[in-house]
Ligand binder design. Structure first.
Ligand SMILES: NC(=O)C[C@H](N)C(=O)O
Length: 310
C-alpha cells in the first residue's frame, strides 16, 4: 500500500471562480510530494516539499497569499512532525519569510526547542541564512481587498472569512513506514496582532506518530485547539477506528461540542488514508500506486494516472 502523500488546501467556502486554482494547486503539490517519495525521500521530505509548493502559490492562505492581521501585516504559523522520533518543529507569528514550513523544519533539526515565535523566529531564520523577503511580496490584491472589506463598518466577519481560510497541509507515509505531517497558514483574516492559532501547536495543527499515524488539520483554529483535533483523531485510531471513521469522529466532536468546522488529511503507517471535512469544501489530493485522487466538494472523488497532466 505504501507510499502515499495526502495534501489539503484548507477547509473553506471556496468561491466557484477560485476552486479550479485550488484544485490544480493541491494536485501539483501532491505530485511533487509523491515524486520525493518515489525518489526514495522520507515522508518528512515529501510533506515539506508539498507544503512549500502551496506556500509559493498565491491561491492559498500560507506564505504568499496569507491573510492579514487587523493592522494589515502578514504573520504566519507552521509546524512539522516526524512520526519516527516524535520530533517536531514550529514557528508562530513569523514575518518576512517565504516558506515558514522550512523554518519549522530547521527548528526541529537545528534547535533543542519545539517552537520559536515572532522576532525570535526571525532572528533564528537570519542565523540559518534564510532570506528575508519584503512583506509586500507575500500580499496579494485579493487578500488586501478582503482585509479592507472586513474593516468597513457593518462588515460581516463570518461572510468575509469565506474563501480565505486556505491553510495548507500534508501527511505522508514513506517506503519504510515512517509517517510525517506539515501544516502552514497565515491564520484567520483580520486577526489580532500576535494571535497564534492551532497550526503551530502540537496535537492541534498536526501530529505524527509511527505507532498510530499522522494528521494535518485546517479550520477555525480556536475550535481546533479546544479539542486538540489532530491528537483526538489519532486517539480514535488507537481505539481501533479506521483513518476515515476516526477523522469523522474528531470533526463531528468539534462541531457538536464547540460548533467548529474544519477538515483533515489522515494516514496510518500501513498507507491507508483519508481526506475529510465538515466545512462546505476542502481542496484535497492524494497520490498512491501511481494514481492521483482529488476532490473539493463533499462526496467528490476523482482519480487519474499520476502521469496525466492536470
Ligand atoms: N484556515 C485555517 O485552517 C486557519 C487556521 N487553522 C487558523 O486558525 O489559524
Amino acid at each position: 500500500m505504501l507510499p502515499v502523500v495526502v495534501v489539503h488546501g484548507g477547509a473553506d467556502h471556496i468561491p466557484k471562480e477560485r476552486s479550479k486554482n485550488s484544485m490544480s494547486g493541491v494536485c501539483s503539490a501532491t505530485r511533487a510530494g509523491y515524486a520525493v517519495l518515489k525518489g526514495g525521500g522520507s515522508s518528512m521530505d515529501a510533506v515539506v516539499e508539498a507544503v512549500t509548493q502551496l506556500e509559493n502559490n498565491p491561491s492559498f492562505n500560507a506564505g504568499c497569499g496569507s491573510v492579514l492581521t487587523v493592522k494589515g501585516d502578514v504573520e504566519m504559523d507552521a509546524i512539522v512532525m516526524d512520526g519516527k522520533t516524535l520530533g517536531s518543529g514550529a514557528v508562530s507569528a513569523v514575518r518576512n519569510i517565504a516558506n515558514p514550513v522550512q523554518l519549522a523544519r530547521l527548528v526541529m533539526d537545528k534547535t533543542s526547542h519545539a517552537c520559536l515565535t515572532a522576532e525570535g523566529a526571525s532572528q533564528f531564520a537570519r542565523s540559518m541564512g534564510v532570506p528575508e523577503v519584503p512583506q509586500e511580496s507575500l500580499i496579494t490584491e485579493y487578500i488586501r481587498m478582503h482585509w479592507k472589506k472586513n474593516l468597513a463598518p457593518g462588515a460581516n466577519p463570518v461572510e468575509c472569512q469565506m474563501g480565505k481560510m486556505g491553510t495548507v497541509g500534508a501527511v505522508a507515509v514513506d517506503s519504510e513506514g515512517n509517517v510525517a505531517c506539515a501544516t502552514s497558514t497565515g491564520g484567520i483574516l483580520n486577526k489580532m496582532e500576535g494571535r497564534v492559532g492551532d497550526t503551530p501547536c502540537i496535537g492541534c495543527g498536526g501530529y505524527a506518530d509511527n505507532q498510530t499515524g499522522a494528521v494535518s488539520t485546517t479550520g477555525h483554529g480556536e475550535a481546533i485547539m479546544k479539542v486538540t483535533l489532530a491528537r483526538l483523531i489519532l486517539f480514535h485510531m488507537e481505539q481501533g477506528q479506521s483513518v476515515e471513521a476516526a477523522s469523522d469522529l474528531g470533526l463531528a466532536y468539534m462541531k457538536s461540542r464547540v460548533g467548529g468546522l474544519g477538515g483533515v488529511v489522515t494516514v496510518d503507517p500501513q498507507g491507508n488514508w483519508a481526506a475529510r471535512f465538515s466545512s462546505l469544501q476542502m481542496a484535497w489530493a492524494a497520490a498512491q500506486k501511481d494514481t492521483l485522487h482529488y476532490g473539493v466538494y463533499c462526496g467528490e472523488h476523482f482519480t487519474q494516472s499520476i502521469e496525466d497532466p492536470n
